[in-house]
Write a protein that binds this ligand. Structure first.
Ligand code: PMP
Length: 367
C-alpha cells in the first residue's frame, strides 16, 4: 500500500516525550523549548497582502533582512540566494531530498540532532563520522555552534579543518545554526561556510529560539549550484511559508528594540544556565560528567555508569520529570548512559526538584 521509503519511517522519540510534558505538575528538561515568559506578545496590525499567495523564496523584505545579517557574519549570500523556510526543520528535509539516495554517505557528528537523523535515515543515508570521514561523504551535516544535543561550540581550528576538507573533497557542507544568538560567553562563532571560498554549501538559521517557534519561520542560504534546485523542492512542498508569520517576524526583527530584546534573552538564559549548573553540581557530581555549555539550551550528561536512559525515562515520567535519553542522538549504535537536559524551560524551583528526582532514580539503578 505504501512506498518502499515508508519501511524506514520511525516516530520521533522527542515528539513522543513532548506529548506528556503538558501534564499538570510535570517538570520538563526534554524539549528545546524557549521559556514561556520570554515569548513575544503581538499587537501589531496587518495589511491584507499577507492573506494572498506569495513567492516561494519568501517575502523580499524578510529575505533582505536575513541577507544583511548573513553579510555581517561573513556569509556570501545576496538576497536572491536566501530562502525563507517553514521552520529550519524544512531545510533539513529539502537538503536530504536533494542529496540523499539509499546508501548515500552522510557525515554527521556522533551524537547529533535527532530530527535530522530521522530525515536523513528516511531517505536512506548511511552515516559516517564527520570528524574522520567527511572527505568520503556526499554531505556533511553539522551543528557547530552550541550544538544539539551537546551544547558544544566547535573551535576555530575544527571549523577551518572541516571547511578545507569539504572544499578539497567536493563534499556539500550543511551548517545548521539555530542557536548562534544564544551565546553566554565570547566564543569564535564565525560560520564554517564563511571560511570556504567556493565549494557547495547550505547555511541555515531559525527564528524559533530567538523569537517564537510556533510561527515556524527559518531561513537558508546556499551556494549558487544548490539554490535553484532547493527552491524547486520548496515549491513542491508548500508553495511558500506563511506570509502572516513572515510579516510578524520581519516587524519584530527590524523594530528598534530587537538588539535589546536579544541581549535580554541571552542574559535570561545565561542566568538559567548558571543556576542549573550549580544545581547539577549539587545533585549529580558523583553521578555524571558534563561540560558547561557556552551557549544554546542544553547540558549533555555522561553518566559514570552505563545505564540505559530510555528505561530511566519511563521511571522519571512516572515521577513527573521528563528529559531526553541520549541514545536517540547517535546515528548508528547507541551509546548508553547519556542524557540531554534542557535548562531554559523549567524555573529554578522546578529544576531543582526535577534534578533531585532524576538523581535519586539513577542512584537506585546503581545499587
Ligand atoms: N536544527 C536544530 C539543530 C534544532 O535543534 C532544531 C529545533 N530543535 C531545528 C533545526 C528545527 O528548528 P525550527 O524548525 O523550529 O526552526
Amino acid at each position: 500500500m505504501f512506498s518502499q521509503r515508508i519501511d524506514g519511517l520511525q516516530p520521533s522519540p522527542i515528539r513522543a516525550v513532548l506529548g506528556v510534558i503538558d501534564r499538570p505538575g510535570m517538570v520538563s528538561f526534554a524539549g528545546g523549548l524557549p521559556a514561556t515568559q520570554m515569548l513575544p506578545e503581538w499587537s501589531g496590525s496587518l495589511t491584507q497582502d499577507v492573506m494572498q499567495y506569495g513567492p516561494s523564496e519568501g517575502d523580499p523584505d524578510l529575505r533582505a533582512v536575513v541577507a544583511d545579517r548573513l553579510r555581517g557574519m561573513g556569509v556570501d549570500a545576496p538576497p536572491d540566494r536566501v530562502m525563507i523556510l517553514s521552520g529550519s526543520q524544512q531545510g533539513i528535509d529539502l537538503v536530504a531530498k536533494l542529496v540523499i539516495d539509499a546508501g548515500t554517505r552522510t557525515a554527521v557528528e556522533f551524537p547529533t540532532y535527532l530530527a535530522a537523523l530521522q530525515v536523513f535515515r528516511f531517505y536512506g543515508a548511511r552515516f559516517v563520522d564527520v570528524g574522520t570521514a567527511a572527505a568520503a561523504a556526499a554531505l556533511a551535516y553539522v551543528v557547530p555552534t552550541f550544538g544539539n544535543p551537546t551544547g558544544r561550540c566547535a573551535s576555530a581550528a575544527e571549523r577551518d579543518a572541516l571547511a578545507r576538507t569539504c572544499l578539497a573533497s567536493g563534499t556539500i557542507l550543511f551548517e545548521d545554526d539555530p542557536y548562534r544568538e544564544l551565546a553566554y560567553e565570547t566564543v569564535d562563532r564565525r560560520p564554517i561556510v564563511a571560511r570556504m571560498s567556493g565549494g557547495s554549501w547550505i547555511y541555515q538559521g531559525s527564528f524559533s529560539k530567538t523569537f517564537a517557534p510556533g510561527l515556524r519561520i527559518g531561513f537558508l542560504a546556499a551556494s549558487d549550484d544548490l539554490f535553484a534546485p532547493l527552491l524547486m523542492l520548496k515549491q513542491a512542498v508548500d508553495l511558500h511559508s506563511s506570509r502572516l508569520s513572515q510579516r510578524i517576524v520581519h516587524d519584530a526583527v527590524t523594530a528598534p528594540d530587537w538588539p535589546a530584546r536579544l541581549s535580554a534573552l541571552a542574559a535570561f538564559y545565561r542566568t538559567r544556565r548558571d543556576c542549573f549548573g550549580r544545581q547539577l553540581h549539587r545533585h549529580f557530581s558523583d553521578l555524571a560528567d558534563w561540560d558547561e555549555p557556552s551557549g544554546g539550551l542544553f547540558f549533555w550528561l555522561r553518566l559514570k555508569r552505563e545505564i540505559d536512559t530510555r528505561t530511566l525515562l519511563d521511571e522519571a515520567i512516572a515521577c513527573g520529570v521528563a528529559f531526553m535519553p541520549g541514545e536517540a542522538f547517535y546515528p548508528n549504535a547507541p551509546v548508553l548512559g547519556t542524557m540531554r537536559l534542557n535548562f531554559s524551560h523549567a524555573d529554578a524551583g522546578d529544576a531543582d526538584r526535577g534534578l533531585a528526582v532524576l538523581a535519586d532514580l539513577i542512584r537506585e539503578h546503581r545499587r
